[in-house]
Design a protein around this ligand. Sequence first.
Ligand SMILES: Nc1ncnc2c1ncn2[C@@H]1O[C@H](COP(=O)(O)OP(=O)(O)OP(=O)(O)O)[C@@H](O)[C@H]1O
Ligand SMILES: [Mg+2]
Length: 491
Amino acid sequence: MSKYQFNCIRYRHFLRTSNISQIPDFTKYCIGPVNEELAPYIMETMKAYPSNSKYINPQHYYHNRTVLVENYLKRSPNPVSLTQLAQYYDDSTKLTRTKIINSGKFVKEELVIRIAHKLNQLQQLPFNVVNNFHFVQVYESYYNIFESFRKYPTIRTLDDASQFADFIKNMLEGFNTLNLPHLIMGALECTILDLYPREKMDQLLSDLLRARISRRLIVEEHVSITANYTSGKEENTLVLGDIFQECSAMKYLLEASEESKKFIQDMYFKDIPMPEFIIEGDTQLSFYFLPTHLKYLLGEILRNTYEATMKHYIRKGLEKPEPIIVTVVSNDESYLFRISDKAGGVLHDDENLWSFGKSKERAQESLNNFHKLPGLQTVSIYDEVHSHNKYNPNLKSLQSITLKPYMHTSLEPMSYPSIINGHIKYETPLIELLRRSFRYKLGIGLAMCKVYAEYWNGDLSLHSMPGYGTDVVLKLGNLMKHTKKVQLDKV
Ligand SMILES: Nc1ncnc2c1ncn2[C@@H]1O[C@H](COP(=O)(O)OP(=O)(O)OP(=O)(O)O)[C@@H](O)[C@H]1O
Ligand SMILES: [Mg+2]
């Protein structure tokens, strides 16, 4: 039997049975004692180290100890403020050669240290957890990033800094594409197997996601500052750098509403009556924010609201759908969006709404949907790690394989490379999210939004009045008030 055939069997096994990839039940495939053909694969699964792994091998412990523990873990990550990120540690807005070189040096050092601490966080997990089929791949991918950044030559000249900017663009494009789905599937499997408490699992995922947002911000600012300088710009005039923009609340709300309506039309039929969409309060509000994050947050929340409203309308046989009312409020510190519907409230029990791990039943449902995503089980991070290097010609094709499974799901924006015409656009594909199919409900929309809202000094809460409706309250910090605050993985 070829390895491919074996994987197919494993894959089918996931679909039919409990969807746990960790300990396959080999007796399902052969009556009587396990046969010789299967034996090597069983050995493979039971081995302490994955045989294809470049990092997790018998030398890993020593390498890890001398390099990671005794060196990088002794250094702490530098909390940074938004201004520091935009200006790169000098107070002037002038773009100079020295600033670009310093920026490159900082990004290289800082990313190695930050990823080292995340590796350490994974190493502190119970062995069963970090050795989970999905988590171990995230671990390996982080180790790979750690090694690549650590070994990257020192940045001395402007050329070095530009090349480094290209290198990190490639990193964003090539690695990491599977990390988020693997993290979530790992969390779901550990919940189902009772390997780790749900609250701790949520905390872990939230930590890793926030660290991811920070790393991307740091990388993005460097790429943008380098591109600006090399294209002849001498002054960095924007307060928070290129990636933050002034956003009109009304415009973003209306866009999110239109996207949700399209999704409802796809789900039902084109001429289905739509709920009235009313915006009240500070309708003229406009504020500095990351456009893609704002779109993502409002889009994700309104999708839920529209879906609940339409289901309620159909379930109750109402004459027309109940209206959706958004109230915008702002003060010096923050901006608040209250999205109110009369869709009968949340049907599921509350505590699982914010959880990546969920209750066992919900985790199983969510995991089942993950397993329905085409191709997911047949792609391993190991494939990617092994064929990737800076000049790797296979990168593109690997990418297309690894991306396919997430098309039109809530994971697509996180996995799709954020590169358009050679420039990274910060999480641009988050926008793609609003076009995803409703078929694959992964149940992580609210949990993800909470992480993003909290990152930006805000909050997300949901108040359900069973039998009546739901208020979802999204609060976002006024970033202009927090430009000088130094924080780690938060603004
Ligand atoms: N306004 C609302 N009214 C009623 N129920 C809601 C509302 N908003 C959210 N919910 C409930 O909360 C659940 C979780 O929402 P969440 O966005 O996290 O996941 P999902 O919509 O099920 O899946 P995904 O967003 O990943 O496709 C929804 O399934 C729905 O039952
Ligand atoms: Mg949702």
